[in-house]
Design a protein around this ligand. Structure first.
Ligand code: AMP
Ligand code: MG
Length: 318
């Protein structure tokens, strides 16, 4: 059974048992819910459900896919999804729960949907301090992907009213926890190799993290992972052709709607399903025995714009 589609009647419920139970029910249905955190309001969905994650993009109207932060209950849970070095573990131990996001190598056996990490080999993890987010994580038992709860191109929301302003009708529920404490997005650091890299400054001071880790600090190479700058990050190693109705010899065909292929993003022509399958399909195409990849036309409507943006980057000459 598929969940209901937008437009929704967006409810605001004050944080409490009833609101969390309703939020958990909606998350279980594969829908995104706006939640207070100690930084800004987040738009949370089940990180193990690709279609639920696609609905985050749909609700935000984001014209491109960039990787999302996965919220977890504990370091123990985080270790199910990412590979923690000693230094990464020390940082988590010191700052969690709190406004620090830690990027580490993604575990090969991770159940996190490919759309969450936008095809990257790394994963961004955070254990939030806000009791509402903690309660929801516990009630659902699933990791939650959550970018800021605002429409694409608008500023992050620090109150339920702010969320309402840009997401009304696009999501079913906002859990109202009042004004957020920090109003500033989490600090993001990456622990890979033997360095610690600042990817985004935030409430937790980077120099302090560096001191604690006793690793060499890297201030510069974080740039590439800023939103919108991920062009080169996920590109398949094979040439990719777009808007293809029929493949040529030697091409692995990815279909959509009425256009068939070796596999399809969605035979019903459902864009949310297509977004959920996109990165897995590209990985399979890359691993296939064909030398090139062809993709059927994808409509430019709704989340289709983000799919086409990603495909265009993958097809661009390098
Ligand atoms: P936000 O917009 O607050 O959800 O933060 C998302 C940002 O976290 C991205 O733009 C990246 O800078 C960073 N990030 C998230 N996931 C990853 C990942 N898998 N690898 C590297 N950086 C990531
Ligand atoms: Mg944002």
């Amino acid at each position: 059974m598929s969940p209901p589609n937008p437009p929704f009647t967006t409810e605001i419920r004050p944080y409490g048992k009833a609101a969390i139970a309703e939020a958990a029910r909606l998350i279980g249905e594969g829908l995104p819910v706006a939640m207070p955190t100690e930084t800004v309001y987040g738009l949370a969905a089940d990180a193990t459900n690709g279609e639920a994650v696609a609905r985050i993009y749909e609700a935000k109207g984001r014209p491109s896919f960039n990787p999302l932060i996965v919220h977890v209950q504990s370091l123990a849970q985080a270790k199910d999804y990412g590979v923690f070095s000693e230094a990464a573990e020390a940082a988590a131990g010191h700052y969690w729960p709190g406004p620090l996001t830690i990027v580490v190598e993604r575990r090969a056996d991770s159940p996190i949907a490919e759309l969450v990490t936008a095809g990257l080999p790394t994963i961004a993890l955070r254990c939030p301090k806000h009791p509402a987010m903690q309660d929801l994580l516990q009630a659902t038992g699933t990791p939650l992907a959550a970018p800021s709860a605002n429409a694409s191109g608008t500023i992050s929301a620090t109150s339920a009213d702010h969320v309402m302003k840009t997401l009304e009708g696009r999501i079913p529920l906002i859990v109202d926890g009042g004004r957020t404490e920090q109003g500033l997005e989490s600090t993001i650091v990456r622990f890979t190799g033997d360095t610690v890299t600042l990817l985004r400054p935030g409430p937790i001071n980077f120099e302090e993290i560096v001191r604690l880790s006793s690793l060499p600090a890297n201030f510069s190479s974080g740039k590439i992972e800023a939103p919108g700058q991920l062009q080169s990050h996920y590109a398949p190693s094979k040439p990719l052709r777009l808007n293809v109705e029929a493949p040529e010899a030697g091409e692995w065909m990815i279909g959509f709607g009425p256009v068939p292929g070796h596999e399809t993003l969605s035979n019903k022509g459902d864009l949310v399903e297509a977004a959920a399958r996109l990165f897995e399909a590209l990985h399979r195409a890359e691993a296939s025995n064909r030398d090139a990849i062809a993709v059927a036309p994808i409509p430019q409507t709704g989340i289709g714009a983000a799919i086409n943006d990603r495909l265009k980057r993958a097809a661009a000459p390098r």
